[in-house]
Structure formats: structure tokens, C-alpha cells
Design a protein. Structure first.
Length: 403
């Protein structure tokens, strides 16, 4: 077994490749879309509802990502990621040529989702999980934190650049940025991978998926991932609106959003360290169950800024920890040759939860114009999901040594 230092010495190229790939992949859209949205609305006089519809295209990922994960298991990360590495910069070039017809934006985003899903955690985390064992949690945390760090650093720089040179030039800058990081990623990605040969797929697919769906670990993780992700719809789009109901000013709410972002990054790193030191089921239950406390606090009528900030950072910590916990638990309870297949299915469970949670939130707001009911219900479901993860303690783990 390699020492902790030895793992990083032998696996640093794979870690840098995966982190760079995640930092210049589809996960960056969450930050990029927010930057360009005001400029596109001003340039083309689109309505907010028309632009918001663009986000609905991402639901395709929920159904597409399991296929992408399966391809990574069969053909290896490098071959599968190539399509997204090439397509992501090209999509920004196409966006720089947008016209008043918003269907052009929809079409480009659709192509992004199809081709660039290969640049997500479902694919890249497999490389890291293969190369690390003793420090797998920390390594996965570093990889998963890539898009958040890239977004935090790039956002103010890109905004300034767009103000000076225009939004079309901004898309050109993104094409260069993602293209350069993509080249670095492809060069550093390992040529060899613990992937199956394509001609074995027909013989193994049915067996592999049967083993996944009949696995108690998969059922526990998938159900808990679903329950603990139902409140993500609130965390990703309604934080400022919700805080306004507590008497928080716009400026204060802006700082709260920053607190949430910091919590996301810290959540990834803290979870990574914790997973390497303590039992997976304990870390998972605490890390993914934290939003229940934050939700219950926000369901009160408190106006104390410190208390509200505490609730927001708890939600942010869990939001960040979840990605690392799911990636780590997959390597902990499943053999490596089906790693991305399992990750794809778990990503689908989380995606469905976010979609259903968004619809439920919209319905409850239309009935009461208050977040309280959703916060209480969501907090309770998160609590159930967190407690359910404790059941992993009785399930045997799989030995996936670094190689």
C-alpha cells in the first residue's frame, strides 16, 4: 500500500488532469451563465422567462449522464472526455455569434449538454478514485472543488473584461480559457485505465446493472441522495429572495450568497479530509444531513443576521460535501470497473430531486407565498435521508486499491 505522500507523488498528474477538466467543463456553466445573462438580456431584449427556459434544457443531463458513465467504464476516461474537451470551447465560439433568435441559444445549450456531459464528475472522478486510496477523499474533494474555485476567480475578471470589450469577446475569452485547460487535461489524463473492452459490453451490461440495482448500498445512497437534494432548488436560485422575507437587505443578502459559496468550497474540502479519517456512513450522514438544521432555522421568523448566516453556511457546507461524499462512497462500496456507471445513476437521482424540488417549491409558493412550508418539509426529508445513510455502516465495503 502506498503512503499518503506516495499516492500524491504517483497520482498528481491524474489529479491535475481531472481538476483542470472539471474546471473547464460543463460544471462551470453554473457560474458562466449568471455572468452573461444580464448582457444577453440587454443585447437582444429577451424576457427573463425566455432566458430561464434555457435552464430547463439541463434536465436532459438527468437521463443522458448514466449513458456517459457507462461509456467511461467501457472505453476509459480519456477517450470519452475527448468529445467534451473539444466541444466545450467550440460552444463558446458559437455563442459569440448569437442573434436575436433565442432558439440559437437553446440549440447550443442542448449540444453542450449532449457532448460536454463527458466533462463532469461522473467521468473525471473515476480517474482520481483509481489513483488514490488512502487519500481518496481529499483527492476527490480537490477535483470537485475545481469549478467553484474557477468560477470564484474568473467571475470578477470576466465581468470586467466583458464591460471593456463586450459580451462576444467574453465568449471568445471563455473559448480560449476552456480550450487551454482542455489541452492540459487531455495531455495529463492517463492513457491506460481500468476500463473494460467494448466487445465485453453485451455480456456484462445486464450483469453489472443487476448487481448495482440489487445492491443494498446503492439503494441506500440513491434514496438518501434523492431526499437530501430536494432542497437544492432553494439553495441554487432562491437564497436572496428567501432572505428578503427575513428583513435582510439586498447588500446583506449579497454577502450571504458569498457565504454560501465559501461554504460550498469548504464543504468539499472538509468532507474529503473527514472521509479519509472517519467511517464513511458517519461522515455521509452528518455531511448530507446538515441542511435540515439550516432549513429549520430559515423556517422561523428570525431576523438575526448571524443566525441566518449560520443556516446559510450549513446549507453551503452540505451542498459542497455531497459531491465528494457520493464520489467517495461509490468507490467505497462498488468495484472500480462499474464506478462511472454507478456515479451516473446517482447523479440522475440527485438531478431528479432538484427538478421535483423546483416544481414542489413553485407549487407551494403559489399556494402560500411563503418558504416556510417547503423548508419544514424539505428539512424533514433531508433528516430522514441523513439518518438512512447510517445504514451503510452494516454493509461490507469493496477494496479498490490505488494503481
Amino acid at each position: 500500500m502506498q503512503s499518503n505522500r506516495g499516492e500524491f507523488r504517483s497520482g498528481w498528474t491524474a489529479l491535475i488532469a481531472a481538476t483542470a477538466g472539471m474546471s473547464a467543463g460543463l460544471g462551470l456553466n453554473a457560474y458562466i451563465n449568471n455572468i452573461f445573462a444580464p448582457y444577453l438580456l440587454e443585447a437582444f431584449n429577451w424576457s427573463k422567462s425566455e432566458l430561464a427556459l434555457n435552464g430547463a434544457i439541463s434536465i436532459i443531463t438527468v437521463f443522458w449522464i448514466p449513458f456517459v458513465g457507462r461509456m467511461a467504464d467501457l472505453f476509459g476516461v480519456r477517450k470519452v472526455a475527448f468529445f467534451g474537451i473539444l466541444a466545450y470551447p467550440c460552444s463558446f465560439i458559437l455563442m459569440s455569434m448569437l442573434s436575436e433568435d433565442i432558439r440559437g441559444l437553446y440549440a447550443i445549450h442542448f449540444l453542450q449538454v449532449i457532448f460536454c456531459a463527458t466533462t463532469t464528475a461522473t467521468v473525471y472522478c473515476r480517474v482520481v478514485a483509481e489513483k488514490f486510496s488512502e487519500r481518496r477523499g481529499v483527492a476527490l474533494a480537490i477535483c470537485a472543488a475545481g469549478p467553484a474555485v474557477a468560477g470564484a476567480v474568473a467571475s470578477p475578471l470576466l465581468t470586467t473584461y466583458i464591460d471593456l470589450n463586450g459580451w462576444r469577446a467574453g465568449f471568445h475569452a471563455m473559448a480560449i480559457f476552456s480550450g487551454l485547460l482542455g489541452v492540459v487535461t487531455f495531455i495529463l489524463l492517463p492513457n491506460k485505465s481500468n476500463a473494460r473492452k467494448a466487445d465485453d459490453s453485451k455480456h456484462n451490461a445486464r450483469k453489472d446493472y443487476r448487481s448495482i440495482f440489487t445492491s443494498p448500498a446503492f439503494r441506500i445512497i440513491a434514496v438518501s441522495g434523492f431526499l437530501c437534494s430536494l432542497t437544492h432548488a432553494l439553495a441554487t436560485s432562491q437564497v436572496k429572495v428567501m432572505l428578503a422575507d427575513h428583513g435582510v437587505t439586498g447588500i446583506e443578502a449579497g454577502y450571504m450568497v458569498s457565504v454560501f459559496a465559501v461554504g460550498v468550497i469548504l464543504g468539499r474540502l472538509v468532507a474529503g479530509v473527514a472521509l479519509d479519517k472517519w467511517p464513511t456512513h458517519i461522515v455521509a450522514a452528518i455531511g448530507m444531513g446538515l441542511p435540515c438544521v439550516g432549513s429549520y432555522i430559515l423556517a422561523t421568523d428570525t431576523t438575526q443576521l448571524a443566525v441566518l448566516g449560520f443556516a446559510i453556511i450549513l446549507i453551503g457546507l452540505s451542498f459542497g460535501a455531497e459531491a465528494d461524499i457520493l464520489a467517495y462512497a461509490t468507490a467505497r462500496y462498488f468495484p472500480m470497473h462499474i464506478y462511472s456507471s454507478v456515479m451516473g445513476l446517482l447523479t440522475t437521482a440527485v438531478g431528479l430531486a432538484i427538478g421535483i424540488g423546483s416544481g414542489l417549491l413553485s407549487f407551494m409558493l403559489s399556494k402560500s407565498d411563503s418558504f416556510t412550508g417547503f423548508l419544514l418539509l424539505g428539512g424533514t426529508l433531508v433528516l430522514i435521508g441523513g439518518v438512512n445513510l447510517l445504514r451503510l455502516g452494516s454493509i461490507e465495503t469493496v477494496d479498490n486499491p490505488a494503481h
